[in-house]
Design a protein around this ligand. Structure first.
Ligand code: FAD
Length: 432
């Protein structure tokens, strides 16, 4: 007969490793199943890893985890054709202790899954979960692509990421619609450490993040540039629905960003080491499926738990994984793995920042769907750049005239004063 485990976790990303670690630490028998050759082998993100949510799982993890740079400054860049309007915040307080770090998934996921293994989880790599095994209305195990590959457990943690095969198998969500996901492409560009320190005004381990708006061919999307120890992560994510409409390939958008005069100089002399693409859940609050049922729970990207407004995903993944783990430990103690027995997971999510933050931005998806993306992601960034340029150019034209022109430019970008007001109101509603 097949061995029976307390829990099978599918996917060794941040959500799965957090769940496996939490349960193994509490003494449950746990399998952590991952299709990659090792955890993180094929995973990518921007990316920024936040302290608080991982510290709640592994205190003082930064003393041992493979992290890149400690982020002391976050910038927002609004790009014009050959210009930029900048906004940002640098603070020494971000070091005491660090608020977030840049990281590379290949190293980070391996370390995190290793922690789950050290806590007692049995990791199985190069194994794909192909199906859920059911008995009546209960999930009782996982079918894999290995010979004799059926594994049985009291509960299955579905943490297989945005393309969740198992989420679809559960029937709790369908294929995501093109406006519920963005497609991101990213390059890791090697650059000597001294150049990174100089170009970004950094010392030692300090790092900078830059979020980029504009230059996405009028499609809803954002670019990013993050500093690592000896490389730069540069990428852009664009809504799949827009890519379909415009018939533009994401790498063309990335090439455009690389050639932008303001970015080119930061990347000069760099050598592309890696190129990858991945989907990002962007459906928000209204796309979150049921989170648990008889014998299963679902966490992280598989459940659309991403706050794309703040580019937070790993922390929601880790927290949902931890909550799932804690709820399963309770269910284990009571011997009740039914939906009701696992409802501690739902309760924890509902009481946490995960639910509250996604709820706060629940209007964002509709805003992006209803407002012509060329306004927010093309015309407005241009108009703001033009306004800044005109206001700062000393050319004998009166300041009052310049101000009128700047305002007119911004109004025109949005299709007139009424539209500007409506957009402002809609934008405000979407985030409140
Ligand atoms: P994943 O990390 O996707 O892990 C799922 C795991 O499951 C993978 O290891 C996969 O190989 C495995 N798997 C899938 N199917 C199967 C199967 N059938 N059988 C076995 N194994 C399977 N978040 C941030 O917090 N900060 C950022 O800066 C940031 N930037 C991002 C930039 C980009 C370009 C992208 C794509 C995402 C970014 N995110 C960021 C989001 C973040 O990466 C995700 O929210 C997070 O990784 C979700 O974790 P997860 O464990 O749910 O899923």
């Amino acid at each position: 007969a097949n061995e029976h485990f307390d829990a099978i976790v599918v996917g060794a990303g941040p959500a799965g490793s957090a769940a496996a670690f939490t349960m193994a630490k509490a003494g449950l028998s746990v399998v952590l199943m991952e299709r990659g050759e090792f955890a993180g082998a094929k995973n990518i993100f921007g990316g920024v890893i936040y302290r608080k949510q991982l510290e709640d799982i592994i205190p003082e993890f930064w003393k041992e985890a493979p992290l890149e740079r400690e982020i002391i400054e976050q910038r927002m860049w609004m790009l014009g054709e050959q210009s930029v309007v900048t906004f940002g915040h640098r603070n020494e307080a971000f070091k005491q202790p660090s608020n977030c770090w840049t990281g590379l998934r290949v190293k980070f996921d391996q370390w995190f899954a290793g922690k789950a293994e050290q806590a007692g989880a049995l990791a199985i790599y190069e194994t794909v979960a192909t199906e859920l095994i059911r008995e009546g209305d209960r999930v009782v195990g996982v079918r894999t692509d290995r010979e004799d590959g059926d594994l049985y457990a009291s509960v299955v943690v579905v943490a297989d990421g945005v393309n969740s095969l198992l989420g679809k198998a559960l029937g709790i969500h369908r294929e995501w619609a093109p406006d519920e996901v963005s497609l991101a492409v990213k390059e890791v560009i090697a650059l000597p450490k001294e150049k990174i320190l100089d170009r970004f005004n950094l010392e030692g381990n300090e790092g900078v993040t830059i979020e980029l708006i504009g230059q996405t061919h009028g499609m809803a999307g954002l670019g990013f540039l993050y500093t690592n120890q000896e490389s730069i992560s540069l990428g852009v994510g664009v809504m799949v629905s827009d890519l379909k409409k415009k018939k533009i390939k994401p790498y063309q958008v990335l090439e455009g960003l690389k050639a932008h005069p303001m970015l080119k100089r930061l990347l000069q002399g760099g050598e592309t080491k890696e190129y990858s693409g991945h989907l990002i859940p962007e459906g928000g609050y209204h796309s979150i499926p049921s989170l648990c049922g008889n014998g299963w729970v679902i966490c992280g990207d598989a459940a659309q738990l991403v706050n794309f407004v703040h580019r937070e995903g790993t922390n929601l993944a880790m927290t949902s994984g931890r909550f799932a783990g804690e709820a399963i430990v309770e269910a284990h103690q009571r011997g009740d793995y039914s939906k009701a027995g696992l409802s501690g997971y739902d309760r924890r999510i509902a009481a946490s920042f995960v639910h509250k933050d996604l709820k706060k931005y629940q209007g964002m998806h509709a805003l992006l769907r209803d407002v012509d993306p060329t306004i927010m992601f093309d015309k407005l960034p241009y108009a703001v750049n033009e306004a800044a340029y005109q206001m700062l150019l000393v050319d004998g034209v009166s300041k009052a005239e310049k101000q009128r022109k700047a305002l007119r430019g911004i109004k025109n970008a949005t299709g007139g004063s009424m539209n500007l007001l409506k957009l402002g109101y809609k934008g405000w509603r979407a985030i409140n």
